[in-house]
Design a protein around this ligand. Structure first.
Ligand code: NAD
Length: 511
């Protein structure tokens, strides 16, 4: 196993002027001549360039993955598990470095990035139990002298296309199970924060993962389109915005690939009149503004039921001045900048449209002093008296803007959520166990929190929304991830005495 070099990997990564691909166990420059800027969102300056893949680059990565496939597929479960353990340990022992790289390019505060890496580790830990997860069923004597059993086999070369908001965790959601199940993997990370994927590629190689099992192609739509049409890619996992998820799902499935495409969100947090107001306000502020609202499980809308609305909004408002906005590298910061200036300005635009459309802007993040800096900062914003026809309710804002919809009853709250086109996550805050249980029964959303504002399932369950938050049948990671990355084969077997053999043209039936 190669040793970690003297110069810390994050120092090497963050000092690089250019990020390229990882193909067949080494860094490979992009051949297209095209590239894009990678910003430091806290300063607004371009930190490095990322080379964009041509179709030839994607083909080279797929070739490397295809060449690595026979040996990796044939590698024993014992040996695969040993390598997965080492991959898990490599990420854990470089968790700080990986978090620094994530924070530097995404902008989230380092402690949050550390949390992201920790949640991603859960997926590698789950995959370390792959021997158990791949055990098929066995039916002895299904018919007289006949046994039937099921095995699960890898799909082949599989690809993952990931968003900017979790540059370490979402790739780990996919690659952990994919590789553990015996597939080889091509990752196309977000072009906005590409370095985490390269750091992980280095770490996996040092952990002993054979060349070509994990490959990275950097890039944009050109790379995505080639992945979607490539005849040697068996399956595509995607996480990103709803329009692109729909596009990926339609094109991947039209090309005969298995596809799961996790999409956008508008997560509602219902606060019932009996809830603890301070606890609900703490949760709304944490889940609405954490990671600058750039989480698919962020709370976007507080649904205040009945007469709790006024005291709840007062409690949220009282907490806003205490949210420390600043660069992710400053340990005192609680919320960093947004990913790009363009996105920051788009988010801020919802404050104007909300006002014009009749809502009450209680806090306007543009008043924060860092809004006028070169970084992509926006302070936290709170909009009250929002209705379902307003842009700030209808669109996924994906920024530190909390909207409040007031409804008279529990039934109105559930109707609001169930009529929303998205169904990723939702939460209810109440002290009434019966009401919470009814909510869990009623709501048409894939992940539900009861007094938990960001209910991201632990690694041994699976992650996925309903409605326009997911295209495909299977959720990501956990047991459904194993199902996604394998296909079942059922074997019917008998070992009769050849003397008993005879011709029988009837349809075989059990006896
Ligand atoms: P995005 O859709 O812009 O990008 C996702 C991926 O698609 C990236 O790799 C990007 O390079 C690629 N892409 C972008 N435009 C493309 C195009 N025109 N054609 C082909 N490929 C294209 O998403 P984002 O801005 O990186 O991430 C934020 C979005 O992701 C939000 O909508 C958020 O809700 C969603 N998200 C969802 C989940 C979930 O689990 N449901 C998790 C994280 C993020």
């Amino acid at each position: 196993m190669a040793q970690v070099t003297e110069l810390a990997l994050d120092e090497r990564t963050l000092a690089a002027d250019r990020i390229d691909h990882w193909i067949g166990g080494r860094a490979v420059p992009a051949s297209s001549g095209r590239s894009g800027p990678v910003y430091n969102p806290a300063t607004g300056r371009v930190a490095r360039e990322v080379g964009f893949a041509s179709t030839d680059d994607v083909d080279a990565a797929v070739r490397a993955a295809r060449e690595a496939l026979p040996a990796w597929r044939a590698t024993s479960l014992a040996r695969r598990t040993e390598i997965l353990f080492r991959m898990r340990n490599a990420i854990e022992s470089h968790r700080d470095e990986l978090a620094r790289v994530v924070s530097a390019e995404h902008g989230k505060v380092e402690s949050d990035a550390w949390g992201e890496v920790s949640r991603g580790l859960e997926n590698l830990e789950f995959a370390c139990g792959i021997q158990h997860l791949l055990k098929g069923g066995f039916s002895e004597q299904a018919s007289t002298g006949i046994d039937v059993y099921q095995i699960r086999q890898p799909l082949g070369v599989v690809a993952g296309i990931t968003p900017f908001n979790f540059p370490a965790m979402v790739p780990l959601w996919m690659l952990s199970n994919a590789i553990a199940c015996g597939n080889t993997f091509v990752l196309k990370p977000s072009e906005k924060d590409p370095s985490a994927s390269m750091l992980m590629a280095h770490l996996f190689q040092e952990a002993g993962l054979p060349e070509g099992v994990f490959n990275v192609v950097q890039g944009d739509r050109v790379a995505v389109d080639r992945i979607l049409e490539h005849p040697d890619i068996a399956a595509v996992s995607f996480v990103g915005s709803t329009p692109i998820a729909r596009y990926v799902y339609e094109h991947a499935t039209a090309a005969g690939k298995r596809c799961q495409a996790l999409a956008g969100a508008k997560n509602h947090m219902v606060v019932l009149p009996d809830a603890d107001i301070d606890m609900a306000a703490d949760a709304a502020v944490s889940a609405g503004y954490g990671s600058a609202g750039e989480r698919c499980m962020a709370i976007a809308t507080v649904v205040a039921v009945g007469d709790i609305a006024d005291p709840l909004i007062e409690a949220i408002q009282a907490r806003i001045p205490g949210v420390r906005v600043g660069p992710g590298s400053d340990p005192s910061s609680q919320m960093g900048p947004l990913i790009t200036r363009e996105h920051r300005d788009r988010v801020a635009g919802y404050l104007d449209s909300a006002r014009t459309q009749g809502a009450t802007v209680v806090a306007d993040g543009r008043q924060h002093e860092l809004y006028r800096s070169d970084g992509f900062f926006l302070g936290v914003s709170l909009i009250d008296n929002v209705t379902t026809s307003m842009d700030c309710y209808r669109d996924e804002i994906f920024g530190p803007v909390l909207t409040v919809v007031r409804v008279p009853t529990y039934a109105d709250a559930v109707r609001l959520i169930n009529e929303n086109p998205w169904g990723n996550g939702t939460a209810i805050f109440t002290r009434d166990g019966g009401a919470a249980r009814q909510f869990q029964f009623d709501v048409t959303v894939g992940m539900v929190g009861i007094n938990v504002p960001i209910p991201v399932p632990v690694g041994y369950y699976s992650f996925g929304g309903w409605k326009s938050s997911l295209f495909g049948d299977l959720h990501m990671y956990g047991p459904e991830g194993v199902q996604f990355y394998t296909r079942a084969k059922v074997v019917t077997s008998r070992w009769p005495d050849p003397g008993s053999s005879k011709v029988d043209l009837g349809f075989p039936r059990t006896r």
